[in-house]
Design a protein around this ligand. Sequence first.
Ligand SMILES: [Zn+2]
Length: 281
Amino acid sequence: MNLAFRFGTVGSPLKTPPKPGGSVGAILYLRSLGLDALELGWVQAVRVTPATCEAIRQTAQEQDVAISVHAPYFINLNAEDEEWPKSRKRLMDAAHYGYLAGATDIVFHPGSYFGQTPAEVMRRVLPRLESCLEELRAQGNPVRLRPETMGKAAMLGSLEDTLVMARSLPGVEPCLDFAHLHARAGDGSMNTADEWRSALEAYAQALGEDALKRLHIHLSGIAYGPKGEKEHLVFEQADLNVRAIFEVLHEMGCEGRILCESPILEEDALRLKAWWQEIAA
Ligand SMILES: [Zn+2]
């Protein structure tokens, strides 16, 4: 049955058996659960050999598990000039080794405003991102770069920010973290079908209807305050209305991947898949 979305986890499932372990074991375990996507959690650093990447790529291909990468947290497109090369290297390493591991999409946290307006930040950020893309393409690397929508109002990464980056630069598309968008509002809004419909209409308007067929989504429950995200929660303990999100995704004919980031990763990923099956039936 074609579900329109693949489901999986950000980082290896918690109950990945110790043998063979690692990302290869994670792929085999996800497949045994009936899940078919993995976002490699390279969130502290990119520390992987080409041989490991090749093993991940081969296993993922055999098991038909779609691979993406979560790049290190310590990337800031708006870093000071002397800091930027380090950020850039982290992103480029994630893209380079990610591609070797069979990843098609590289997710990253875009950075901070440092008190600047989004327009000022974009003047610095867009040329940097463009130079990354140029270098990747010159190397024959086709990965898509996915700035993630972020859960705190002080962080670069509103839906609008990510759409500006994506509209300006072919090869960039948002990673839609719906929990972050809900938390970022800080007042409980962004939690109804109407609000999600407007968000996805803006997405389609900026990037074209066909971009809705290759969404890269993060989902979890989330705790938040007036300034936004506090922590990820299991769906059961959170107020995020996943059903409203799924109804709109279904109504608008969206497709792609949904990666679960709740504290019980694969358990909630299976719950998401079951909810989606109910709505899509
Ligand atoms: Zn993230």
